[in-house]
Design a protein around this ligand. Structure first.
Ligand code: PTJ
Length: 249
């Protein structure tokens, strides 16, 4: 990987790009993942490449949902596996969530590579290889999930999900926590908790909130969930992108 000086004005963005390139070289990320990354970068640039206050609220609400869940699952695709493998393992540990590889462009080889990459980053168990259940309403490959993983989950964190699958999971009655830099995407619009932030910042920040909330009572966690307003968070993110300004600050 090319050395990027720490004081380079676009340091974080360039490091992120290199991680995705490296993910493609390792067989973890799809080539379409490069295009998705470019799209995400454009939104992130307009958001000021920072976690805006409404995204931080969403990340706290997501942490509360994961802690309240009976069976939380973190869905992992080729992009987040390349960007935040260790951070996903840490979030799973702190919240007691399962990790499941679930791909848009599914190949058994890439599922295996991603599972192996997560294990190299400390994961004990990675689901997604059995694929013995189907999400209703989706075509065969994109519908595949594990019966004791996403199929059984009550709360699912889906970073960079495609709109069809986000809707199908919501139709199954699951609480969906979606990380997507585009507040107008169908997945963000469908989510119980839309997190309009870069996965690189969002995942460790959800973990930090989960650590902070770990000692809280059920009633306190439920209050955090209740206070979060998905519509207001989406509106705040769109406002920031369109005008560069936020009413929250
Ligand atoms: O590994 P696979 O096969 O599961 O494929 C994963 C991708 C992401 C390639 C696939 O799901 C896809 O094509 O997604 P889309 O439809 O391009 O949507 C990606 C969304 O994620 C867009 O709205 C981007 O703005 C957003 N995005 C891209 N990078 C990031 C991001 N959101 C948060 N953090 C990012 N780093």
């Amino acid at each position: 990987m090319t050395e990027i000086p720490e004081d380079h004005p676009r340091h974080d963005s360039l490091v992120t790009r290199h991680r995705i390139e490296d993910g493609v070289d390792r067989g973890v990320t799809s080539r379409q993942g490069l295009i998705a990354q470019g799209r995400g970068e454009a939104y992130d640039y307009l958001l000021g490449e920072q976690t805006i206050p409404s995204a931080d609220d969403a990340e706290r609400a997501a942490a509360a949902h994961l802690l309240l869940a009976d069976h939380p699952v973190l869905s992992v695709n080729g992009n987040v596996a390349a960007l935040v493998p260790g951070e996903l393992v840490e979030l799973a540990e702190v919240t007691g969530a399962d990790l499941e590889v679930n791909l848009f462009n599914r190949t058994e080889q890439r599922v295996e590579r991603i599972a192996e990459y997560l294990r190299e980053h400390g994961a004990d168990e990675v689901k997604g290889t059995k694929a013995d259940a189907r999400i209703p309403g989706l075509d065969h490959e994109r519908a595949k999930v594990d019966s004791d993983g996403i199929f059984d989950a009550d709360v699912v964190l889906v970073p960079l999900e495609d709109g069809d699958r986000a809707e199908a999971l919501a139709d199954m009655g699951k609480t969906e926590l979606v990380v997507d830099l585009n507040p107008l995407s169908r997945s963000a619009q469908t989510a119980s908790v839309p997190i309009v932030d870069n996965a690189v910042r969002a995942i460790p920040n959800i973990t930090a909130h989960a650590r902070d909330l770990r000692g809280a009572s059920r009633a306190e966690l439920e209050a955090v969930v209740e206070e979060f307003d998905a519509g207001a968070a989406l509106a705040a993110a769109e406002e920031r992108i369109r005008t560069g300004a936020s009413e929250e600050e």
